[in-house]
Design a protein. Structure first.
Lengths: 113, 114
């Protein structure tokens, strides 16, 4: 498995502001993933983050809205930019660990007023 | 399109009784299937997976799942439910065209009553 931490665990933000979510893994991983879980809904992949390259975004998600950094093999950040109430969700990071299995962090619960 | 269906929004079961949480899938090729559990205010925890081999897969906390290719199903089961099993359960399949991507079902809330 993997030990994954996220900061903050929750936040309440004002419309129009931005929030950066951090994800830290206990050991080096090639790829990290960011998911969104909207209230009462399932998880949707936002993007895949490789160290040293641009993140790959899924359809419906753009870099301007969800910029991602991956400065090293154990850390990544996701920024939710220019937030609106529709961005209220749980944001989760995950990593792939041997083999074929993704392990998830505890999530960041975001409320936008 | 690749997809996963969890037909029940909620499953209620008495403690000590067997439980089943249903999942069906539609995916090209051989499926890689997963079950995750989400406890309140917690992230997703991996329960078990099917990649190949024995159709009955055993996982964490006494859970098991049965892969049925002809019915394209991967139902989660436990012989004797515990109140502490009450949580939100997600079935997922790996996207065969983007193997980094998991496609999740809508989730089933399991409520175990004492």
């Amino acid at each position: 498995s993997a030990v994954i931490s996220q900061k903050p665990s929750r936040d309440i933000c004002q419309r129009g502001t931005s929030l950066t979510i951090q994800c830290q893994v206990d050991s080096q991983v090639t790829m990290m993933f960011w998911y969104r879980q909207q209230p009462g809904q399932s998880l949707t992949l936002i993007a895949t983050a490789n160290q040293g390259s641009e993140a790959t975004y899924e359809s419906g998600f753009v870099i301007d809205k969800f910029p991602i950094s991956r400065p090293n093999l154990t850390f990544s950040t996701l920024t939710v930019s220019n937030m609106s109430p529709e961005d209220s969700s749980i944001y989760l990071c995950s990593v792939a660990r041997g083999p074929d299995t993704q392990y998830f962090g505890p999530g960041t619960r975001l409320t936008v007023l | 399109a690749q997809s996963v269906a969890q037909p029940e929004d909620q499953v209620n079961v008495a403690e000590g009784n067997p439980l089943t949480v249903k999942c069906t899938y539609s995916v090209s090729g051989n499926p890689y299937l997963f079950w995750y559990v989400q406890y309140p205010n917690r992230g997703l925890q991996f329960l078990l997976k099917y990649i190949t081999g024995d159709n009955l897969v055993k996982g964490s906390y006494g859970f098991e799942a049965e892969f049925n290719k002809s019915q394209t199903s991967f139902h989660l089961k436990k012989p004797s439910a515990l109140v502490s099993d009450s949580a939100l359960y997600f079935c997922a399949v790996r996207d065969p065209y983007n193997t980094d991507k998991l496609i999740f079902g809508t989730g089933t809330r399991l409520q175990v009553f004492p």
